[in-house]
Design a protein around this ligand. Structure first.
Ligand SMILES: Cc1cc2nc3c(=O)[nH]c(=O)nc-3n(C[C@H](O)[C@H](O)[C@H](O)COP(=O)(O)OP(=O)(O)OC[C@H]3O[C@@H](n4cnc5c(N)ncnc54)[C@H](O)[C@@H]3O)c2cc1C
Length: 476
């Protein structure tokens, strides 16, 4: 540097100023012709395109995709060892389940795996800045509101509830059982008619802001070197190998080599070579599986077994009720399926009720059915909380559950035949809260070949073929 400067000064001393300008522009031209990209032209700017290669391509940048990206980078053995690309078709997340959810986390599940997932996730959320802090950026505030879930059971459901609580306690969750009388004492605004038993979470339950978690994850993974691309995954290019099982059955193993991404405002696709694909496309993950050929085989075979995840529309209504329950109001889940929780501090509430199979609305759009509240949800709420007879609906929205039609539980881990496609999807209403732990489980599977911290074998894809349901009794 020092030597170069001396030479230039030296030349300048010997050349008149006008000639010097000419020389400089000549040198500039020479430099531009040698440096690639020196002559910048917006038509050839490719910074918005995905890279040509990425070790891992994550399809869908919702909370699950970002959590997998985070844990892959966090658990990689050597910093920068793995190149991770997240492909998200809509960076406004206008239809993503994550931002349209109600942000709840609970420990009250019946499957030990679900309890374990939520126990780790709550630890993650409570210590969010130990996980997601970024140097020089303000700390993340998830607006975590600690509050127990209150499940009510009828006579018919009481024994199941007792069993569930036994499992929850064995797994380390703090949950108590309450008789109708205890319920009336603690929450006098509840009508206990038809209630035989209740279970109430004493810690590690509540709700938080899903958008903040999503943005916090995004900020963090970008700081860790994860690449993002706005585009839609439209195709996979794979190779096939014929294999024979020990019983003599022929199976075809597939491996994806290339992911085609259709970038915004273009009819062209961009191929990305990769080693691993993670399917975190939420409600649309069934379609992504189909693109990879999953389920396109003879019925009754593993090859013909689809990923049973599809969009199911769910409404959330917001109402105001000055006579409604106060700050002590838990998230109440009624035996009828209706639920509500407080929203903020001004006697505002939000809630809804999953429709029956016959009431299942058309998932073609996200319009809200206001009659569903009037005819179905409100009568159930007012029956349980008489004060709600005077409520006034303020607004409402609809979102998609990433609904697993087989057993309403997550699908985690690799596909047995498309060997480099991994899933983290199908959580049907509890995927937000489980995302921190599920991302870790998928990263363990990808990096180590097995689950290390929580054994999620009951959530593997193979259960759909084997007909083994991961039966969860506490679904809202
Ligand atoms: C009304 C409602 C209430 C809920 N309440 C709770 C709750 O209280 N607690 C809880 O834990 N969970 C709740 N959930 C469920 C939770 O929101 C979901 O399980 C979770 O957010 C799923 O996350 P995800 O990342 O898989 O999906 P998403 O957030 O939907 O992300 C998937 C992304 O994939 C993208 N994508 C799809 N196809 C492609 C493609 N071909 N190419 C590129 N990108 C693609 C989509 O644009 C989308 O952004 C609720 C859901 C709803 C709808």
């Amino acid at each position: 540097m020092h030597v170069g400067l001396t030479v230039v000064t030296d030349i300048q001393d010997k050349i008149p100023l006008r000639e010097w300008d000419g020389k400089v522009s000549e040198i500039k031209k020479k430099i531009q012709s040698v440096i690639p990209g020196g002559a910048w032209n917006p038509l050839y700017d490719t910074s918005h395109l995905p890279p040509e290669h990425s070790d891992v391509v994550i399809v869908g940048g919702g909370v699950l995709g970002l959590s997998v990206a985070y844990w892959l980078k966090r658990l990689e053995k050597q910093r920068g060892a793995i190149k991770v690309l997240v492909v998200e078709r809509d960076h406004t997340y206008s239809q993503a389940s994550t931002v349209l959810s109600v942000g709840g986390i609970r420990q009250q599940f019946s499957l030990p795996e679900n309890i374990q997932l939520s126990l780790f996730s709550v630890e993650f959320l409570r210590n969010i800045n130990e996980y997601l802090a970024v140097v020089d950026d303000p700390p993340l505030d998830l607006q975590f509101n600690p509050s127990g879930y209150l499940f009510l059971a009828s006579e018919k459901g009481a024994a199941t509830m007792e069993n569930n609580v036994k499992v929850q306690r064995q797994e380390g969750a703090k949950v108590c059982l309450m008789s109708p009388e205890q319920l009336r004492n603690k929450f006098p605004w509840i009508n206990t008619e038809g209630v035989a038993l209740a279970s109430y979470g004493l810690e590690n339950e509540g709700w938080f802001d899903p958008w903040s978690l999503l943005q916090g994850l995004r900020r963090k993974v970008q700081s860790m070197g994860v690449l993002f691309c706005q585009g839609e995954v439209t195709r996979f290019v794979s190779s096939s190998d014929r294999m024979e099982t020990p019983s003599g059955e022929e199976v075809i193993l597939k491996k994806i080599h290339e992911v085609h991404v259709k970038v915004d405002h273009s009819q062209e696709y961009q191929p990305v070579e990769c080693a691993i694909v993670v399917n975190t496309a939420g409600a649309w993950s069934g379609q992504i599986a189909e693109l990879a050929g999953i389920g396109k085989g003879p019925p009754g075979t593993l090859q013909g077994t689809k990923l049973p995840v599809e969009p199911r529309k769910r409404y959330v209504y917001l109402w105001h009720c000055p006579q409604g329950p106060g700050l002590e109001a838990p998230l109440l889940a009624d035996p009828s399926g209706a639920y509500f929780r407080r929203d903020g501090l001004g006697n505002n509430y939000l809630g809804g009720c999953s429709p029956t199979a016959e009431e299942e609305p058309d998932p073609g759009n996200l319009e809200v059915d206001h009659d569903f509240f009037q005819d179905k949800v409100w009568p159930l709420l007012a029956q349980r909380v008489p004060a709600f007879e005077t409520l006034k609906v303020k607004s409402a929205w609809a979102g998609y559950y990433d609904y697993n039609t087989f057993d309403q539980n997550g699908v985690v881990g690799p596909h047995p035949l498309v060997v480099n496609m991994y899933f983290a999807t199908g959580f049907s209403g509890h995927g937000l809260q489980q995302a921190p732990a599920v991302g870790r489980a998928v990263a363990e599977m990808v990096l180590e070949g097995h689950f290390q911290t929580i054994d999620l074998s009951p959530f593997l894809f193979s259960r759909f073929y084997l007909g083994e349901k991961a039966q969860e009794h506490c679904i809202i």
